[in-house]
Design a protein around this ligand. Structure first.
Ligand code: BTX
Length: 242
């Protein structure tokens, strides 16, 4: 419960010392009809990334999954991933970490991964029944506990108070989701991807060119040799600077 975790958050909190995956627990809660709940864990032993990839979750991170029931069609859910990335970036910057956002679902510091976001949903064509936004942030973790290519708040700015950090994160996210027009401008401001020459790999093709803009609900616009190409967040398997 929120009081036990000591958070005055705009969501109800369910806290676990150790868990398989906060997204899996959030799915159970969603199936039971829960809304506006955040599942938080200190350690996550079965964390999931996109496309069956694994997410490493040692003690000291902020492993969190929000259960939301927004009145949106499924196609709009990627906007919540962008909102989460902005919220993480703002909370990290307040903690002194120069974070920025890599499309579609990472927050980086100097190209090293600070955070990954996994959004899942269920619903009909015109209306989601729930959306789960899973946010994994390397906070008070350092050294060999961090996977290859990762960084943490602790490595960048020292140990922080995780409760205060999580509270800022949830407040920022809550602000953005209630004011959706602010999401894309804030995302553009903190983007590491816009202005970069990139290769976006999808299941069917590679799109190479300069990333020039983001469009709702999370479509990357790439200026290629053959004109503008648009890639949906869900279709991106890898994005690399080239
Ligand atoms: P992704 O598929 O974009 O990234 C997964 C890749 O990130 C892995 O293959 C690995 O290379 C790298 N990686 C794994 N763990 C870490 C880490 N701790 N720090 C940096 N890099 C790492 C990104 O997927 C989405 C991840 C979402 C994780 C959250 S945590 C709370 C929630 N519960 C859950 O099971 N998943 C989400």
């Amino acid at each position: 419960p929120a009081v036990e975790y000591g958070l005055d958050a705009p969501f109800e909190i369910e806290y676990h010392d150790s868990i398989g995956s906060t997204n899996d627990r959030a799915r159970e809660l969603a199936a039971e009809g829960a809304a506006s709940v955040v599942v938080l864990a200190d350690e996550q032993v079965g964390g999931r990334g996109r496309l069956k990839r694994k997410w490493v979750g040692p003690s000291g991170g902020v492993w969190s999954s929000l259960v939301l029931r927004p009145e949106i069609p499924p196609s709009h859910a990627p906007l919540l991933t962008l909102a989460a990335a902005v919220a993480v970036t703002r909370a990290a910057r307040e903690a002194g970490v120069p974070a920025n956002i890599k499309w579609p679902n990472d927050v980086l510091v100097d190209g090293q991964k600070l955070c990954g976001i996994l959004t899942e949903m269920e619903g009909e064509a015109n209306r989601v029944s729930w959306v789960i936004v899973g946010i994994g942030i390397n906070v008070n973790i350092a050294g060999e506990d961090l996977p290859e290519g990762a960084t943490s708040v602790q490595e960048q700015a020292g140990t922080v108070n995780r409760r205060a950090f999580t509270q800022r994160l949830l407040e920022e996210f809550d602000e953005l989701r209630t004011d959706p027009e602010t999401i894309l401008p804030a995302w553009r401001e903190h983007s590491a991807t816009l202005g970069q020459r990139v290769r976006v790999e999808t299941r069917t093709e590679d799109v190479v060119g300069e990333a020039i803009d983001i469009e709702s609900p999370g479509v990357l616009v790439v200026d290629t040799d053959d004109g503008e190409a648009r890639v949906h967040a869900g279709d991106c398997e890898h994005l690399r600077p080239v």
